[in-house]
Ligand binder design. Structure first.
Ligand code: ADP
Ligand code: G6P
Length: 477
């Protein structure tokens, strides 16, 4: 079997002992690379003043990490610009936040060309290439232009928007058509797949689109089954592969840390109050402002619960060079201060706000301490926090997940989570109240349903499914 070559904007480089970072994706993909040997290529995270030099290569076992520096102009145009000021907002349905600049679009394609040029000399005939996320959509097209005929797969970690939104993006057609250069395209949910197929149809470039049974495309619960598409002169497959987490490992981590240092101190500091937790990168797609509004509404509607609950919002800074993100930092801090000022007492702070990253162990312990997990994105490809929250719970006394119906995870966690519409402040406030007052037997029953799914379809399963489909290729087309 050929090697695996993974390409992503960020590369989870192992520590000095060769261990990958603790995130599920890094561990699972690292394991896949380790078994057949391979390369993980991407941005080093470093910027240079002038033109970047050649990539650095670090060998760990039979994996080569190939890291390219980028110039400040590249980072501004490709990462802060087109990827995070055009693709990210549009794919999260925020046309109002998209800022188009021709120069940044050009920078996006230039960096994709640079990655392709660096990759081509390393590719061997049997290698399989797996590209991740919206930063690198045109990469396969650039590789094909350079004569690469290997199987190339793409997984989109974020949502795919409906045609009406997608088509508002200048050069949407170049982006859409460039995807036909892949052999397999993976989406988080079948809604995303349906939107993608809708775009191909509306664009008139889906010459032939068939469902897994050979009939017309059936968009339903067809996880991993996929569609076979002939478009833009190529045959390729597209399917939903909802990403999982390292469920069993995360659950055991959470069980181990509850008695330890910071988690134990935090529990003591609650003085018996129920903990409501939110954990998100500081990103407008996460609905943090709407969540705080809903929590305040809950306090207003349930005066008896004041001083009996504490909300902890953990939100590390993210993409701070993008103006919309910078503006959010001040806005959320101000909002938390206002809620605390309005409702706090000399003995009680309604919201604790932590503006930084925590270790996975502490995070797991905090999830387990919480009676309610608030995961209320306005739009999210999957949302791993929702899955981590569930995995971390104590089976004897589990907390309740309040989940936005607009998170990709909503499909899999139906029947367990309390759903909310984050745009509806009253409804989210009621969902918080319902979660806090839920009887133990119902909490256990809901948790078991969700945990069963998360154990069955964990990150290793996800990685294996995608790789199997990619290696099989489009033979069925
Ligand atoms: P996104 O990928 O958009 O940030 P996800 O919820 O899918 O959203 O994944 C976020 C990941 O980052 C999760 O694994 C989560 O545990 C981690 N994370 C989020 N906030 C923090 C934090 N404050 N400290 C450490 N890890 C965090
Ligand atoms: C999302 C994206 C990832 C990205 C991550 C963190 O999960 O899908 O591709 O790496 O956010 O964002 P950052 O811009 O810091 O890489």
């Amino acid at each position: 079997m050929g090697r695996l070559i993974v390409v992503s904007n960020r590369v989870p480089v192992p520590d000095r002992n060769g261990n990958p970072p603790a995130g599920g994706l890094a561990v699972a993909v690292h394991a896949a690379l380790q078994s057949d040997g391979g390369i993980w290529m991407g941005w080093s995270g470093e910027t240079t003043e002038g033109e970047p030099g050649p990539p650095t290569v670090r060998q760990e076992g039979n994996i080569s990490y190939v890291l390219s520096d980028l110039s400040q102009t590249d980072v501004d145009e490709y990462y802060n610009g087109f990827a995070n000021r055009v693709l990210w907002p549009i794919f999260h349905l925020r046309l109002d936040l998209a800022e188009y600049a021709r120069r940044e679009m050009a920078g996006y394609f230039r960096v994709n060309r640079l990655f392709a040029e660096r990759l081509v000399p390393m590719i061997q005939p049997d290698d399989v290439i797996w590209v991740h996320d919206y930063h690198l959509i045109p990469l396969a097209d650039e590789l094909r232009k350079r004569g690469v005929t290997n199987r190339i797969g793409f997984f989109l970690h974020i949502p795919w928007p409906p045609a009406d939104i997608m088509f508002a993006m200048p050069i949407y057609d170049t982006i859409l058509r460039s995807l036909a250069s892949y052999d397999l395209i993976g989406f988080q949910t079948d809604y995303d797949l349906e939107n993608f197929i809708g775009c191909l149809r509306r664009e008139g470039c889906g010459d032939q689109i068939r469902g897994p049974d050979g009939g017309d495309i059936a968009v339903g619960n067809n996880t991993g089954a996929g569609s076979w598409i002939r478009a833009c002169g190529r045959d390729f497959a597209a399917a939903a592969f909802p990403i999982g987490i390292d469920t069993a490992r995360f659950a055991s981590l959470a069980a181990r840390v509850t008695a330890r240092g910071q988690v134990r101190d935090m529990r003591r500091s609650l003085e018996g109050r129920a903990l409501i937790i939110g954990v998100d990168r500081l990103d407008y797609s996460k609905g943090i402002a709407q969540r705080i509004d809903a929590y305040e509404r809950f306090l207003q509607n349930n005066p008896d619960d004041r001083e009996r609950v504490t909300m902890l919002q953990v939100a590390p800074k993210s993409r701070s060079d993008v103006p919309e993100y910078r503006a959010m930092q001040d806005a959320i801090a101000t909002q938390c201060g206002q809620v605390n000022g309005r409702h706090g007492t000399i003995n009680w702070v309604p919201i604790r706000y932590v503006n930084r990253s925590l270790s996975r162990a502490i995070l797991a312990g905090l999830y387990r301490e919480a009676r309610v997990g608030l995961v209320t994105p306005l739009r999210d490809g999957m949302n791993l926090v929702a899955k981590e929250f569930v995995a971390a719970q104590d089976p004897e006394d589990p907390g309740v997940l309040v989940l936005s119906r607009f998170a990709g995870a909503a499909r899999e966690l139906a029947g367990g989570a309390v759903f909310c519409n984050p745009y509806d402040t009253d409804q989210t406030a009621s969902a918080i109240a319902q979660a806090l007052s839920m009887p133990l037997a119902e909490r256990q029953e809901r948790w078991q349903r969700m945990m069963g799914r998360l154990l069955d379809y964990d990150i290793t399963h996800w990685c294996r499914d995608f790789m199997t489909a990619l290696r099989q290729g489009t033979d069925r087309a």
